[in-house]
Write a protein that binds this ligand. Structure first.
Ligand code: SF4
Length: 459
């Protein structure tokens, strides 16, 4: 059928009506969700009028759900996926016929389960193209005539409702962006390699700078660069930082990078500091050679010490993250992590939740290819989106449970981070019936404060 230009402009798919496409984010570690920001922009540019809900900071608007024809649920991490599955049940009660798509890293890893539990489509959505293509193809199935001129209804929550940057006597509103997709490394425990297979791509500099500018105009005074690893393309990142600093000299920032990259790109750290870098997150995970080999982290205990010297030497705080409970971590290894934190006076550089992190092995994980994993008796718990494992030393599983409970209770009660740290230490030494590991710096004064985002980082 042929239409003249004017008629053609009025005929549009039902998906183009305001609110017909609804994007929902479940959880992104307390920052404004990039899983909404980027698809929202791309869908608007493609002529849609999407709406958005971030259930981490606002209630589920049932009216929006009821009028949607397509709902995309962003699941970039395990916690978001678990919340997303509950959400699908609620959505189906409100709007039985809506097309539901899960998108993000954890959607494709768990597609088998999701597609048989109420989800119609699962896509990785590494850039927004796949999502738009899907919505366009669904829209073509049903066309309507509408007077809608593509007015957008999507509005993200204000930055003030998200986690803030905090340092001594200082609070900052945080904006969020990413300069790259994927990662060129293949750490076995990470959910990124099964999707990106060692590839990464850069996001156009102007896109990133426009996102920063937009968030600064909304009050952001600190930017979190949430790239899987900001230094996969160090010069790309550096050019963006220089341009950002020229435009907004008082803006501060943080990013995440691996220990190996800190050593390799050490010459850039003084400049990062001068450009406003306040802290760096680095996935140290363990100090045990055995565990680091299984996880294919490509760093050693000595490298971690060198990384600390480089970052702290530049006047930037290093916030290490840990995976202290794995099938290969011994009680001595666990205590060694605590001792390292104490010796290097990092008590306030580590969020207590880090001492309770237990290795997740999701379907498709590269860990499943490791000989050390193949000898374990693993059972896939589909509904938990992970293989279950037990430690050969029963004390480790017991310690995990007690540390987990302690951290939850202490965080809820607002107990000081250092106090919690030494309580964990006491639990671990009790478990070992030994005082071989003794704290050196058991006082608040000995542990310098560290800048942080008020929502703890974990994966
Ligand atoms: S853990 Fe970090 S460096 Fe390793 S694959 Fe994942 S994102 Fe890349």
């Amino acid at each position: 059928m042929l239409f003249n230009m004017e008629t053609q402009a009025q005929i549009t798919s039902a998906m183009h009506a305001p609110g017909a496409v609804l994007l929902i984010s479940c959880y992104e570690l307390g920052h404004r969700p990039i899983g909404l920001i980027r698809p929202l922009q791309s869908l608007k540019a493609a002529g849609f009028a999407p709406d958005v809900i971030d259930i981490a900071v606002e209630p589920l608007d049932t009216e929006k759900v009821a009028q949607a024809r397509f709902i995309g649920i962003s699941v970039p991490m395990h916690t978001a996926l678990r919340l997303g599955v509950h959400l699908v049940h609620r959505i189906r009660q409100i709007n039985r016929d809506v097309s539901v798509c899960m998108y993000g890293l954890y959607a494709t890893l768990n597609a088998d389960y999701l597609l048989s539990h109420g989800v119609d489509f699962c896509i990785a959505n590494t850039e927004s193209r796949e999502l738009i293509g899907l919505i366009e193809s669904l829209g073509k199935k049903k066309q309507i005539t509408t007077d809608d001129n593509g007015i957008s209804v999507g509005k993200l929550s204000p930055l003030e409702v998200y986690a803030q940057f905090e340092d001594v006597g200082e609070k900052r509103i945080v904006g969020y962006t990413e300069t790259t997709h994927g990662c060129k490394h293949l750490c076995t425990h990470c959910p990124i390699p099964p999707i990106y297979n060692g590839k990464f791509s850069v996001i156009d500099r102007d896109t990133v700078l426009a996102e920063i500018q937009e968030q600064v105009s909304q009050g952001a005074t600190h930017i979190t660069f949430g790239d899987p690893d900001f230094l996969n393309g160090p010069m790309h990142g550096l050019r963006i930082l220089r341009a950002m600093h020229d435009a907004f000299p008082n803006l501060t920032f943080d990013f995440t990078t691996k220990v190996e990259h800190i050593l390799k790109h050490r010459k850039h750290f003084p400049e990062f500091a001068q450009l406003g870098c306040r802290f760096i997150i680095s996935a140290v995970e363990s100090l045990s050679d055995t565990v680091l080999t299984v996880l294919e982290k490509h760093h050693t205990r000595d490298d971690v010490k060198t990384a600390l010297d480089i970052v702290h030497g530049a006047g930037i705080a290093l916030r290490p993250t840990w995976v202290p409970f794995t099938p290969w971590t011994t009680l001595d290894d666990y205590l060694e992590i605590l001792q390292f934190v104490d010796t290097h006076r990092l008590g306030y550089h580590v969020d207590p939740v880090q001492y309770a992190v237990r290795l997740l092995i999701p379907p498709g994980s590269y860990l499943l290819n490791r000989p050390e994993t193949k000898v374990l008796s693993l059972t896939l718990d589909e509904a938990a989106f992970s293989y279950t494992w037990v430690h050969s030393d029963v004390r480790m599983d017991e310690l995990h449970k007690t540390v987990n409970t302690l951290v939850e209770n202490d965080v809820r009660a607002g107990v000081d981070t250092l106090e919690t740290f030494y309580r964990i230490w006491a639990l671990a030494t009790d478990m070992q019936h030994s005082s071989r590991h003794t704290p050196l710096y058991r006082s608040k004064e000995a542990h310098p404060p560290a800048p942080r985002i008020t929502e703890a980082w974990f994966c």
